[in-house]
Design a protein around this ligand. Structure first.
Ligand SMILES: Cc1cc2nc3c(=O)[nH]c(=O)nc-3n(C[C@H](O)[C@H](O)[C@H](O)COP(=O)(O)O)c2cc1C
Length: 438
């Protein structure tokens, strides 16, 4: 294990400008650069701040119904009026391949679904990105919540089937990466499993920088078990401190039960931040960022997550566990459903309180609103409480909020000794301090 400062990534989704009008000047400037130019600029800013990686989620299901946020925090239907918004839908691998030519040190974590791809293809694409970036690729393994309609007539497989497939898929990918060694050894894998038959070897050798780090997102029981067996890091939907403490402790326990060190797995919540010079401005940014989500949309969101209809209730009515539909009912994401069940069970919130929760309006990510000092204080609290090993920044608010993150917040974390001042290596594995073996 390398030094355990925080692990920090930046999500390349246009999370920060929905509903924000008018644009400030810098915002409008950034907008003119087009989708790739804009992302190149973000990646360079992130590299300049020595972040571990930039990260691109991926959804091939189109816009989910209900106008709800997606799991990564991005809104489903970006306004097409700004070029950077088109970037939300770009194929992540192609986008990161382009960024690999414009950056030198920062990790490039792409998302590939095990539900809709063949493993040979993913193994080859990831290893290609790894070569193109000189050892900087990472794979975010997802099982996807929807999208089946774009890959045939079959409905979405059940979560159990998706995770079984993910486990075998990941084994095959790792075997393929091992099948063609940099020093010239290349052997077939002859995999014949329940779901895949793959001969191998892979067409390109492993990169000498070492193995490709694995990320995972999805925190149901099956998701946690899968993550504990393979993942170096988890992208977590973690709306509050208690949820972070629970998830991290549980994943560490599970990793140990599987013969790994608890430190082998890092919990990285999405941190949806709204930064400004004053608290009032930050709160206003946050308000504007959610202004497009009226009561109807929020009510619909609750329904789509847990099947509960609160449309007939008053804002002051309390929502209790006894009102919840069967907790085992089929849902899009067990992770998100469980989080909302937990919140309702523990808090018996009013409808008004429920409709402002991150699970309902922001994909269940931790929301931090305030000055640089405020947000740093929260990060430190979460870190000291054992709720995180780092985070994936989901910029909210505006370009100005993003600048505060890079110009003030990140340097402060470095000065406090919580984050690196310089890169020590040039591969993602080196940034994460993971061993070189595959
Ligand atoms: C924080 C987070 C991010 C996710 N990002 C993606 C993504 O980019 N693409 C995707 O297809 N699925 C994504 N998912 C969906 C998961 O891979 C998974 O299919 C879903 O959460 C259901 O798994 P579960 O039963 O473990 O909750 C994400 C889930 C979470 C919690």
């Amino acid at each position: 294990m390398g030094s355990r400062h925080l692990t920090i990534g930046l999500s390349l989704t246009a999370t920060w400008r929905k509903g924000i009008r008018p644009l400030d000047e810098a915002d409008a400037e950034a907008s003119k650069k087009g989708s790739i130019g804009f992302n190149v600029e973000l990646a360079k800013m992130a590299e300049n701040a020595k972040l571990d990686f930039v990260f691109k989620p991926d959804f091939t299901g189109g816009a989910p119904s209900g106008g709800k946020d997606r799991a990564d925090g991005a809104r489903p239907r970006p306004a097409a009026d700004r070029p950077e918004n088109a970037a939300v839908g770009l194929d992540p691998l192609l986008m990161l391949a382009a960024l690999s030519q414009q950056t030198e040190r920062i990790g490039l974590v792409t998302t590939a679904s095990t539900t809709f791809n063949p493993p040979y293809q993913v193994a080859r694409q990831l290893q290609s990105l790894n070569w193109m970036s000189n050892g900087r690729a990472g794979w975010n393994i997802v099982t996807s919540m929807d999208g089946a309609q774009n890959f045939g007539d079959e409905p979405m497989p059940t979560p159990e089937v998706r995770y079984r497939r993910a486990a075998e898929f990941t084994d095959v990918v790792r075997d393929l990466w091992n099948s063609n060694q940099f020093d010239g050894e290349s052997t077939p894998i002859n995999h014949k499993g329940e779901l895949f038959a793959v001969r191998g070897p892979l067409s390109i050798p492993a990169h000498p920088a070492g193995r490709i780090p694995l990320f995972q997102a999805g925190a149901s029981d099956a998701g946690r078990d899968f993550a504990a067996s393979v993942a170096d890091a988890i992208f977590g939907a973690i709306p509050d401190l208690a949820a972070g403490i629970e998830l991290r402790a549980d994943l560490r326990r599970r990793a140990e039960a599987k013969g790994r060190s608890p430190d082998d797995i890092r919990v990285l919540p999405g941190l949806y931040f709204f930064l400004a010079k004053t608290r009032e401005e930050a709160r206003e940014l946050h308000r504007l960022g959610h202004a497009h989500l009226g009561r109807d949309k929020r009510v619909e969101s609750v329904k789509s997550i847990i099947g509960l209809d609160v449309s007939e209730l008053d804002d002051t009515d309390r929502v209790t566990a006894s009102m919840l539909p069967d907790p085992q009912m089929k849902v899009r994401s067990r992770t998100h459903a469980d989080l909302l069940h937990r919140f309702i069970g523990e808090n018996e919130p009013t409808v008004e309180e429920l409709l402002t929760r991150p699970e309902v309006v922001g994909s269940a990510h931790w929301v931090s609103v305030g000055t640089v000092d405020d947000v740093i204080r929260e990060i430190v609290t979460w870190h000291e409480a054992g709720a995180l090993d780092g985070f994936i920044a989901l910029p909210g608010g505006s370009w100005g909020s993003m600048r505060l993150f890079f110009d003030e917040l990140m340097p402060r974390l470095s000065e406090m000794g919580l984050f690196r001042k310089e890169y020590e290596g040039s591969s993602l594995g080196a940034h994460l301090g993971i061993s070189r073996e595959v």
